[in-house]
Design a protein around this ligand. Structure first.
Ligand code: HEM
Length: 469
């Protein structure tokens, strides 16, 4: 009694259909309309199920979380995570539990995130100052907000992650960004060996394996340089310590042999998790507001009234901005930055929605489809309506299964507090400091790029006008 199977071809199953889809989450959402909220695919030799409703997501991420909380072991993930020494790609088990505990209690805990407040406020102020220069030049210059958001989150992760501030446009920042781009591309690349283990020679013949080895070596040298640099500098207080510094202290103080692979693999998670998703969120919030000028006006009025005659929004102001919160929640719903959760894998045989699911089945949770699930979102699910959150206790933190931009359950995003802190402060200041117009000669579209993170396809080009008190 297996879930309905989408018809495919012998041997390759549904691989050809998925690889031809421009945006996987939209294609799978379309399939769910034909086959229901739970259906099955075969990707080569791998069985996959796809979840597209809030009710089934609650079953998978809450009631049966322990059966659905592993990760499929894919070739690039294995290599780049030092044989799953990280957290994001590690299969469920004692190693994952240990690193997750370290992240929750030390590296990404709410107090640790709070301790980086000054860094966040400083970097957001620098971004605002750069935009102010564009606004005051004659004639005023348009700002590429997609670039500004990516620049902000990359700089933040460098300072918070390993205590370095790279010069804008400098060679070191470029090197870091190039490494990140290669890392992301390889993690979403199609390795034949993942779907047809007997054909692993194909990945060697096409040069993909060599590219993976080469990227691994470069990343490894980069992590090693950062570690060596930290080992040379001593005596930083715990409160001022960056995340890599904390990790090194924890490793050196543990009574087990130092596991440098684990330190490096967790750095990779930090770089991957900490940059794109927050940048994409900032861009989608600004895009959604540009498309709804009356909502833009309302949220700006709320922020400007609350901040009064101060020069900027600081973190103490954020809890006093419920409408901004509603705008952010609604953007996470309609333009969810991670349209499908990081793939899960079943740890055992289980029953879901009356169907039998086999162990080692890959599980795709289609967040994009769930945020439009008509059973959960009864009023105009395709419309941008922040009011639906105003006065509601619904939030993005994993208890409401129609709105799970950070996932839920054991594997919920451990960087959620940091991601939200970055996004809220950046957006509040962009809205407080400037009025915005679409740059001349450009159109405001909502086309998305394919990938693990849903970026806006065309850069968001806006003309800023400095707000005067
Ligand atoms: C707006 C910002 C962010 C969004 C929308 C986001 C979203 C997500 C999602 C959807 C998952 C998958 C959860 C699941 O499988 O159920 C995830 C996992 C993860 N995220 Fe984030 N994330 C954000 C920021 C961050 C930040 C800032 C970090 C680190 C500093 C981070 C680190 C991670 C890690 C390590 C995992 C894997 C957790 C595990 O497998 O145990 N994320 N994130």
């Amino acid at each position: 009694n297996l879930p309905p199977l989408v018809p495919g071809l012998p041997f390759i199953g549904n691989l050809h259909q998925l690889s031809a889809a421009p945006l996987l989450h939209i294609y799978l959402s379309h399939l769910s309309k034909l086959h229901g909220p739970l259906f099955r695919l075969n990707l080569g030799s791998n069985p996959v199920i796809v979840i597209s409703s809030a009710k089934l997501a609650e079953e998978v991420l809450k009631h049966q979380d322990s059966a659905f909380c592993s990760r499929p072991e894919l070739v690039p993930q294995r290599r780049l995570s030092y044989n799953f020494a990280d957290m994001a790609f590690a299969p469920y088990g004692s190693h994952w539990r240990e690193v997750r505990r370290i992240a929750a209690t030390h590296l990404l805990s709410p107090p640790k995130v709070k301790s980086f407040r000054a860094v966040r406020e400083d970097e957001v102020a620098r971004m605002v100052a750069r935009i102010a220069r564009c606004a005051s030049s004659s004639p005023p210059r348009a700002v590429n907000l997609s670039e500004a958001a990516m620049g902000l989150t990359t700089t933040l992760i460098c300072r918070i992650g390993f205590g370095r501030r790279y010069e804008e446009q400098g060679t070191e920042l470029r090197r870091f960004q190039e490494l990140l781009t290669e890392l992301r591309q390889l993690l979403t690349a199609f390795f034949v060996s993942d779907y047809f283990p007997a054909l692993s020679w194909v990945d060697r013949a096409t040069g993909l394996m060599k590219r993976l080895d080469c990227a691994f070596e470069k990343l490894d040298s980069f992590y090693q340089e950062l570690i060596d640099e930290h080992l040379r500098t001593e005596g930083v207080d715990d409160d001022d310590e960056d995340i890599l510094g904390m990790q090194i202290k924890l490793e050196l103080n543990s009574n087990k042999p130092t596991n440098w692979d684990r330190v490096k693999a967790l750095l990779m998670d930090l770089f991957l998790g900490g940059t794109d998703s927050s940048a994409a969120s900032i861009v989608w919030i600004m895009t959604a507001l540009m498309k709804a000028p009356h909502i833009m006006k309302k949220v700006q009025t709320e922020i400007r009234n609350a901040v009064g005659n101060k020069a900027k929004v600081d973190e103490d102001d954020l809890p006093t901005l419920p409408y901004l919160k509603a705008v952010i929640n609604e953007t996470f719903r309609l333009y969810t930055p991670v349209p499908m959760l990081v793939p899960r894998e079943t740890t055992q045989k289980c029953v879901l929605g009356g169907y039998e699911i086999q162990p080692k089945t890959t599980v795709y949770v289609n967040v994009w489809a769930i945020t439009r699930d008509p059973e959960c979102w009864k009023t105009s699910p395709e419309e941008f309506l922040p009011e639906r959150f105003y006065g509601s206790d619904m939030d993005v933190k994993g208890k409401d299964f129609g709105l799970i931009p950070f996932g839920s359950g054991r594997r919920i995003c451990p960087g959620m507090f940091m991601g939200l802190a970055n996004v809220e402060l950046a957006v509040a200041n962009l809205l407080f400091s400037f009025d915005w117009e679409v740059a001349q000669g450009t159109e405001l579209d909502t086309d998305a790029l394919a990938g693990l993170i849903m970026h806006k396809k065309n850069p968001l080009l806006l003309l800023p006008k400095q707000y005067k008190l």
